[in-house]
Design a protein around this ligand. Structure first.
Ligand code: G
Ligand code: MN
Length: 386
């Protein structure tokens, strides 16, 4: 090596222009494409009303290269011009899983819509024959100028039986224009929209809006990234039919993962309460509990005895507050009446909902009760006051 070459290498390294990174990534991606250095993880998609798995998102997990998360691999593939080939490869592998798919379930596969301009990806779908039970998730990371022509490229897939989903809806690039051009069959609400939705009325309103938008398009809505029970409670209250996330089931290398048992049980309980026509049941939100001998928590919680029965309520600024107990089958009117006849200091405290054994199921907040009551008023009563 001449001193000139050596100094060039040294300077390119010190400038950090990434050319050595580039070589490493190119080699690793080629190993995926040529030697199939790839595992598929599968994450359950849950029908909340039935508490069962109706589909599975297929997710790529890369082997034997840089220890980076899958999105970094996909970004590098894009940067090196291998994006469409990588999508095609994962799609081929995913479609082959259909042979073992449990009855009456679907799979979803992720693709970048612009890659449909590449014949390699088109071929991966063409060669798979009928596409019933396949949902194609369109994942966009950059702006698209021509929505209509991409929609046209999807027609053959739809004709072969595939359904189309918009991934990460409500985030940066998956806007309303895209939704309108595509008329998707499924709208997957971005994780960011679900994260802490229980504390955020704006996110709640957005999910409600996307839900009614989906109704108009005759599409299903799916909440992604459900990690906490409180988030699940909100999407149940909003009537979102499908959900996915760590709470319901993590991506698994073992086929085919089922719903997290405790959550399945909880969903069954919620559904059976709703089947009996209980309005109150739909308003229940999860709450932390603590045994009376345990140290106070730094958030709202119900203090319970050894039977799981409520003793009092620790609220911010009001520890040890008296509880008002309700059953899921109590009428809205009765619960509201009993709540409002409490003394002024506790009148607006949440109610504690219990099961037949008087164990805590959750709480019902007063604002939800009032909101639901207002919805039940005849239109005349509402407009009269306006
Ligand atoms: O963009 P898309 O929604 O396809 O992203 C899927 C990724 O999200 C996968 O890598 C999966 O592991 C991850 N994921 C799935 N469920 C959850 C969740 O509940 N929380 C978080 N943070 N990530 C999740
Ligand atoms: Mn996805």
């Amino acid at each position: 090596m001449s001193t000139n070459e050596a100094s060039q290498i040294a300077s390119s390294e010190s400038l950090g222009d990434g050319s050595s990174d580039e070589t490493l990534w190119r080699r690793s991606l080629e190993a995926v494409l040529e030697r199939d250095n790839l595992d598929l993880a599968v994450q359950p998609i849950v029908d909340l009303a039935q508490a069962n798995v109706v589909g599975y998102e297929i997710l790529a997990r890369f082997r034997g290269g840089p220890d980076e998360p899958p999105n970094v691999w996909f970004d590098w593939a894009e940067k090196l011009g291998l994006g469409a080939r990588l999508d095609a490869h994962v799609v081929r592998r995913a479609l082959a899983l259909r042979a073992a798919l449990p009855p009456d379930t679907f799979i979803t596969v992720n693709v970048v819509p612009l890659h449909f301009y590449d014949s390699e990806l088109v071929r991966a779908f063409q060669e798979a024959g009928p596409l019933d039970g396949v949902v194609v998730e369109l994942t966009e990371h950059s702006a698209i100028d021509d929505y209509e022509s991409i929609a046209t490229l999807l027609d053959p897939l739809r004709a072969a039986g595939a359904k189309i989903a918009i991934d990460d809806a409500g985030s940066g690039y998956a806007g309303l224009q895209w939704l309108m051009a595509l008329s998707p069959d499924l709208i997957k609400l971005d994780r960011a929209l679900i994260d802490r939705i229980d504390d955020d009325e704006v996110k709640t309103a957005l999910v409600e809006m996307l839900g009614s938008f989906a109704d108009r398009l005759d599409a299903w809505v799916l909440a992604e990234g459900v990690e906490r029970r409180q988030e699940l409670d909100v999407i149940l209250r909003l009537g979102v039919p499908l959900a996915q996330g760590y709470l319901l089931g993590r991506p698994s290398l073992e086929l085919w993962p089922s719903v997290e048992p405790a959550i399945g049980e909880y969903l069954n309980f919620r559904t059976s309460a709703e089947m009996t026509g209980s309005v109150l049941a739909a308003l229940i939100e999860s709450v932390r509990t603590r045994h009376r001998d345990a140290a106070p928590l730094d958030e709202r919680c119900v203090v319970i005895d050894e039977w799981g029965q409520p003793l009092c309520l620790d609220l911010p600024g009001a520890p040890g507050a008296k509880v008002l107990v309700v059953r899921p089958d109590e009428t809205l009117r009765s619960a509201l009446h009993r709540a409002l006849t409490r003394d002024a200091t506790t009148r607006w405290h949440p109610l504690v909902c219990v099961n037949d054994m008087r164990q805590v199921i959750g709480i019902v907040r007063m604002e939800r009760l009032v909101e639901m009551m207002a919805k039940d008023l005849p239109a005349a009563a509402v407009s009269e006051g306006a």
